[in-house]
Design a binder for this molecule. Sequence first.
Ligand SMILES: *[C@@H]1O[C@H](CO)[C@@H](O)[C@H](O)[C@H]1NC(C)=O
Ligand SMILES: *[C@@H]1O[C@H](CO)[C@@H](O)[C@H](O)[C@H]1NC(C)=O
Ligand SMILES: *[C@@H]1O[C@H](CO)[C@@H](O)[C@H](O)[C@H]1NC(C)=O
Ligand SMILES: *[C@@H]1O[C@H](CO)[C@@H](O)[C@H](O)[C@H]1NC(C)=O
Ligand SMILES: *[C@@H]1O[C@H](CO)[C@@H](O)[C@H](O)[C@H]1NC(C)=O
Length: 389
Amino acid sequence: MGFLVQLVAFILLPLLASMRAEDTINSSQPCDFRAIFNFGDSNSDTGCMAAAFYPEVSPYGQTFFHEPVGRASDGRLIIDFIAQHLRFPLLSAYINSIGTSYRHGANFAAGSSTIRRQNRTVFEGGTPFTFEIQIEQFNQFKQRTGKFFNQARKNSFRRHFPRPEDFAKAVYTFDIGQNDIAAAINRVGTEDSHAVISDIVEHFAEQVEYLHKLGARTFWIHNSGPIGCLPVAMPVHNNATNHTQEAGYLDQNGCINYQNDMAREFNKKLKNFVLKLRAKFLDASFIYVDMFSAKYELISNANKEGFVEPSEICCGYHKDGYHLYCGNKAMINGKEVFAGSCGDPSKYISWDGVHYTEAANRWIANRIINGSFSDPPLSLTHSCRAVPI
Ligand SMILES: *[C@@H]1O[C@H](CO)[C@@H](O)[C@H](O)[C@H]1NC(C)=O
Ligand SMILES: *[C@@H]1O[C@H](CO)[C@@H](O)[C@H](O)[C@H]1NC(C)=O
Ligand SMILES: *[C@@H]1O[C@H](CO)[C@@H](O)[C@H](O)[C@H]1NC(C)=O
Ligand SMILES: *[C@@H]1O[C@H](CO)[C@@H](O)[C@H](O)[C@H]1NC(C)=O
Ligand SMILES: *[C@@H]1O[C@H](CO)[C@@H](O)[C@H](O)[C@H]1NC(C)=O
């Protein structure tokens, strides 16, 4: 008995001591992240939809990759700048099976993805990879890599996957909801938008809690951008309707107010939910990132920051009520039109009327990564520290 007590003391005490050392974290030390797992829509899709369906066309990717790589931009996305900031390789899409390594995480984001299931097919511009499916893909990824990691003896196999213990030391990033808001905007007047927005946030909440159950501990949650500022929807690129004359329809940047208001309502409800999570799960860190304000600040200061008017589109043909999207060809009024790129994407905020250029993404990433749009005001490298110890 005495021997056992001694043994226990001998084995356990150093262990407890080391655990205590870890508990009293020096909050000014950066987090020891091992991986990134990202969930979202086209704002952070790094090749999912291109791998699953049709490859992307030129001139997407022209600036950084010099070829289309399945990103909806001329170059890198915000998630790419996040990965680079953490000194990880750029994240591969989970379903991209060719020449990919998942050692430092995986990207489950899919273009046109929504939090709620929509009544749309892929060919109507939807995706089967809704938020719920992305979380389930992560669940499989975690289980299967864990099994494989334990079975594979050779390091040459193992080095393509995260270690099982890396999942708790990963940052989980989210950028989704914009397409749910777009769908709600299309149905304004036919449904109760407030109830719909609450429902979207509840669906988001459910999945995030499930991820916590699966072992996620650091959550970096982008709110939804100013959807009313997407140039393709602005009156300047459309045959203006009477609305344009109504007082308050547009803001000083030419953005559509009621659409931005829907994003603001979503963001407010999302933030409330993040605050609730923070109170509920004391072992996890939840950061709410005000992407709306970061993007809106860029749009409001476009000229000052070295960009052309924020309504201008670098790649695409959007005139006289016609919309020919970036990289497409069509006959318009008897003439063949190719929707190509502008001369210098680095001067534009909008790449294709819906998605941002690499230059804009860099501008935004530089500001969100250092925590100036975070609640609590923690930088990405300290985002694991919102734990109320
Ligand atoms: C925490 O870390 C910072 C930077 O590494 C250091 O300056 C500071 O003295 C540390 N504080 C404690 C209490 O260890
Ligand atoms: C999809 O369609 C069904 C039946 O028409 C409807 O009940 C449901 O609310 C729709 N879902 C969405 C997200 O619009
Ligand atoms: C625009 O307003 C005029 C006059 O108020 C009305 O006759 C017309 O139907 C409106 N057009 C649209 C597209 O709403
Ligand atoms: C938009 O308006 C212009 C000018 O009035 C007209 O020439 C064009 O045909 C319209 N486009 C569409 C798609 O209705
Ligand atoms: C973050 O970086 C931006 C751009 O360099 C700068 O304007 C801002 O003051 C920084 N914020 C913090 C909290 O460091």
